[in-house]
Unconditional design. Structure first.
Length: 435
């Protein structure tokens, strides 16, 4: 794929301030003077709108509002979210949910905005130890209850370190019983770039990673909760076939390829966890900023050990920022990688539940399609789902409100299997549906 003109995903850090002080967060490790400067920085509603307009110019599919704690500045960013939504951009919010109130709930319901909620642990003492706030668990649960009662869509993310690993299973069991969750994000902790060696005692070692995978598989298979992760597993860091089927290649690094991050001042980074600024969206042309991220796209940051692996194109070497705090470089092996597992001992199994369609089956093209011209191909999206199509295939679905599988085969001179795979991908991305 050629370099994108319009990266589809943006993470917008609207504030660096937070009412929690979680051990695994960069805020915890900020120096006193940094915290003081951070407290003095406060965007006005107008300044947020300036940033929102610049983001809109880059035609993203989705924007994740993050922080810090975004709900601390919700009244200031509400008009910016309105503007994003008005321009057909999907919005979600990363939050610890403790600032949720009835007015925010009404807004979320009205605009169908979902929350990605940080949940440290169901054990009250462990939760307080992680957040460094007394009774934080009580308040988190209280606000989750409020969201659940009001049918606010939320997904839980648990960042797992040595502190809460042994409480993971009971925490998920608690969430299942209380909120009937059907999926959860379970994410291994990463070392903040600005943290000291003191943090290292919280990191998961190889045995911990193995245990985390085993628990995740158990949660997925026994509690029937779909387990995802916000930080990729490398293929060589997975210790069982069941864990491989669950995690392998489902999450890859998109930094500088299909996503970027922007902070409160308009500074642009490839990844929210990175500390390198490539330019300012208020002061520079975005194309020139995006072009400076070329090393994220040309394999410069792929570890040498990974370049020899036959699954590199599917794995991409895991998290590029993960080992940076230890090594000072982005092309070092992800800390959980295990080169002794190369060549990779497991293979991703084909989903036997994939449906095969009849040649006469009729498919309807969605009337909610948005499209962006990306030079040699077209980005087509419905909601937050997007896919890149050749111009020929895009022209076909644009000129046919409905079509049969046989017609697709005839027009493109492809066999049944190929046409069936194309249909499955289009359905998966909500571009078409079977009539």
């Amino acid at each position: 794929m050629n370099v994108l003109r319009y990266p589809p995903n943006v993470q917008w850090e609207v504030t660096a301030e937070c009412n929690h002080n979680c051990i695994h967060c960069y805020n915890y490790w900020r120096k006193d003077y940094e915290k003081f400067i951070g407290m003095k920085k406060s965007n006005s509603e107008k300044e947020y709108l300036q940033l929102a307009n610049k983001i809109i110019e880059q035609k993203p599919v989705s924007v994740v509002i993050t922080g810090g704690e975004p709900l601390l500045v919700f009244n200031k960013i509400k008009s910016s979210i309105d503007l994003l939504l008005k321009n057909g951009i999907c919005v979600s919010i990363n939050t610890n949910i403790t600032m949720l109130d009835t007015s925010i709930i009404e807004y979320l319901k009205k605009n169908k905005i979902g929350l990605f909620v940080s949940f440290p642990c169901s054990n009250l003492n462990i939760c307080d130890e992680i957040t460094n706030i007394k009774n934080s668990s009580i308040n988190i649960i209280k606000k989750l209850d409020l969201a659940y009662k009001n049918n606010i869509s939320f997904m839980i993310n648990m960042v797992i370190s040595k502190i809460n690993l042994n409480y993971l299973e009971e925490s998920v069991f608690f969430l299942k019983n209380r909120y009937n969750i059907s999926k959860i994000s379970i994410t291994r902790v990463g070392k903040p770039i600005n943290s000291s060696e003191t943090f290292n005692k919280y990191l998961l070692d190889a045995e911990d990673i193995k245990k985390l995978q085993e628990i995740s598989v158990k949660i997925n298979n026994i509690q029937h909760i779909k387990v995802e992760t916000s930080c990729p597993y490398t293929a060589c860091s997975i210790y069982s076939d069941e864990a491989f089927q669950l995690f392998a290649y489902n999450k890859i690094c998109t930094a500088g390829k299909t996503s970027y991050a922007i902070d409160t001042e308009g500074n642009v980074k490839a990844c929210p966890r990175d500390n390198h600024i490539y330019g300012n969206i208020l002061k520079s042309d975005f194309k020139s900023i995006w072009d400076l991220m070329y090393k994220w796209r040309d394999n410069s940051y792929i570890p040498e050990e990974c370049k020899k692996c036959h699954v590199l194109k599917k794995c991409l070497g895991g998290c590029r920022v993960d080992s940076f705090p230890f090594t000072g470089v982005l092309n070092h092996l992800d800390t959980i990688s295990n080169i002794e597992n190369i060549p990779i001992k497991f293979e991703k199994k084909v989903n036997k539940s994939n449906k095969f369609y009849d040649r006469c089956d009729n498919f309807i093209v969605s009337n909610k399609i948005c499209c962006i011209n990306e030079n040699d191909f077209i980005r087509v999206s419905v909601g937050r789902m997007y896919i890149f199509l050749t111009k020929a295939l895009y022209n076909f679905i644009s000129n046919n409100s409905s079509f049969t599988l046989k017609k697709l085969m005839d027009i493109f001179n492809v066999d049944y299997s190929t046409a069936n795979n194309v249909i499955r991908i289009l359905i998966l991305n909500n571009i078409v549906y079977k009539s």
